[in-house]
Design a protein around this ligand. Structure first.
Ligand code: AHR
Length: 506
């Protein structure tokens, strides 16, 4: 596991301008589109870890189990969350996972010790089972291969097992195991966090790149319709960008994405610093985008390479021995909204993102004593996934700023606006980072006319409020507001996330 220690360069967005003495201004212009939002940025992740798979998505003994042993309440909450893609089976777990352990008759599957997390893996849930789960949720499947202890043959045979037409050894095995039709898994990861010494089979950048290149070739030759994600930086220490540069130089012809990971925490119990942590995330995206551009221009490439931010979340209280069952509060929900604003603001280059993880393990939903309940971080992700489709808009924001440690000139308001052309709707996403002050803001429209009313969804509670199986203190509150054609004023409550949706006519 890495902790974030990206050098804080604070390349704050140029469209944030300076102090307004308590009042703020947001200008929206639907002609200033900067990138199309890919629905895949509203993804999640399920790893064989603690109670994510066993006791989370899969629990055949539960009254909630469907015919395949998967929890219907988890499937329902995943659909309601609007999850677009799910990554599996790890995470650190995948670097010791041999996928053939998890196919065929369950009673014959081996039990093995998972050296990443120390659990015993029974292999009850393997490829065929997990793909049934992801299909039931309606999300696209994203399978990550073992680039730690795994082999090139394992990688390409897994593609053949999932996607091959009948008549080949592994695709016929899939048919024998009950699924004659190819699964058509589109997204494939070339290993997990291979830059980290905690990873089984960790390699240096050169060795990883050479191995991953050979795997990529064989996987694409097995099915040239798949999209590949290279394992990028997760370990933001000295020279982290060099890892990405090396990987991109070797793999550029084969990959469609390079991954980034980031976890944040409030170990210092400093609200202002915690609220600024996603400026590091934005910096790592900009630096990686620069390296992608450098490599694409060096090789005169026309094919794009995007960023898949395939692990992010708040994670600092629950470590290994606690099975990573983090209990989230309102403050953490704000950080998740900030991550999502970063992904939307960088929609031109971030084309996939996966909250780590889906259930029980650092997750938006929990199953406690058989009952499903929703953590505070569920709600910002749900609002973004349900309502933010279309294009990101370059949005002018003027507001007061603050300094906190290495973080300088952090705007109190973190804002994105999105134009959904199909619905003729603008969506404004605002995190007020201020611990105790509401911020009165003028929102003006540069093009066309706002409708007379707007729909407001607000996530707001005491900063340390948590949810539990019996009490949902943090949730979405909805209301309608009156709006004028060109300008209106709204007061964003202290430490809140607000999403305003307004129809717009040209
Ligand atoms: O999501 C938990 C762990 O965090 C993953 O297994 C690993 O990739 C990262 O370090």
């Amino acid at each position: 596991m890495k902790r974030n220690s990206v050098v804080v360069l604070l390349l704050m967005a140029s469209f944030y301008t300076s102090a307004q003495n308590g009042k703020a201004k947001i200008k929206i212009d639907i002609e200033r589109k900067t990138g199309t939002i890919d629905r895949l940025i509203y993804g999640n992740f399920t790893e064989h870890l603690g109670r994510c798979i066993y006791g989370g998505i899969y629990d055949p003994a539960s009254p909630q189990a469907d015919a395949n042993g998967f929890r219907k309440d988890v499937i329902e909450a995943t659909k309601n969350l609007g999850v677009s893609v799910i990554r599996w089976p790890g995470g650190n777990f995948v670097s010791g996972y041999h996928w053939e352990d998890g196919i065929g008759p369950k009673e014959k599957r081996p039990h093995r010790k998972d050296l990443a997390w120390g659990d015993i893996e029974t292999n009850e849930v393997g490829t065929d089972e997990w793909l049934k789960f992801s299909e039931a949720t309606g999300a696209a499947a994203y399978v990550c291969v073992n680039m730690g202890t795994g082999s090139l043959d394992e990688a390409r045979n897994w593609v053949e097992y999932c996607n091959g037409k009948q008549g080949l050894y592994y695709s016929d095995l899939r048919a024998k195991n009950g699924h004659p039709a190819p699964y058509r898994v589109k997204y494939w990861g070339l290993g997990n966090e291979m830059d980290g010494p905690w990873q089984m089979g960790h390699k240096n950048a050169e060795d990883y790149s050479k191995f991953a290149l050979e795997a990529a070739k064989l996987m694409k030759w097995s099915d040239d319709s798949i999209k590949l994600i290279a394992s990028g930086s997760s370990n933001y220490v000295r020279d982290w960008a060099e890892w990405d540069r090396t990987v991109l130089n070797h793999l550029h012809d084969y990959i469609d994405y390079i991954s980034l990971h980031h976890y944040s925490g409030n170990q210092e119990k400093d609200h202002n610093k915690f609220m600024a942590v996603t400026t590091q995330v934005e910096n790592s995206i900009r630096i990686t985008e620069g390296i992608i551009n450098e490599v694409r221009s060096k090789y005169k490439m026309t094919k794009p390479i995007y960023i898949a931010f395939d692990e992010y979340n708040v994670w600092y209280r629950a470590w290994n021995e606690q099975k990573l069952e983090e209990h989230y509060n309102m403050q953490d929900a704000l950080v998740v909204a900030l991550y999502l604003n970063v992904f939307v603001r960088n929609a031109h280059i971030v084309k996939m993102a996966n909250m780590a993880q889906l259930v029980n393990v650092i997750a938006p939903m929990m199953v406690t004593d058989g009952k499903l309940w929703l953590q505070p971080i569920y709600f910002p992700l749900q609002l973004f996934a349900q309502n933010c489709q279309g294009s990101n808009l370059n949005t002018l924001v003027q507001c007061d700023r603050y300094d906190a440690g290495d973080f300088k000139q952090v705007p109190y308001l973190d804002v994105t606006s999105v134009y959904n052309e199909k619905l003729g709707e603008v969506v404004v996403n605002v995190v007020n980072r201020h611990k105790d002050k509401a911020i009165e803001t003028t929102i003006s429209n540069q093009f066309g006319k706002f409708d007379t009313k707007g729909k407001v969804a607000e996530v707001n509670a005491n900063l340390d409020d948590e949810n539990s199986p019996s009490m949902q203190k943090v949730k979405i509150q909805n209301k309608e507001i009156a709006v004028s054609e060109k300008e209106f004023t709204y007061s964003f409550p202290a430490h809140s996330f607000t999403q305003i949706r307004i129809k717009i006519k040209s």
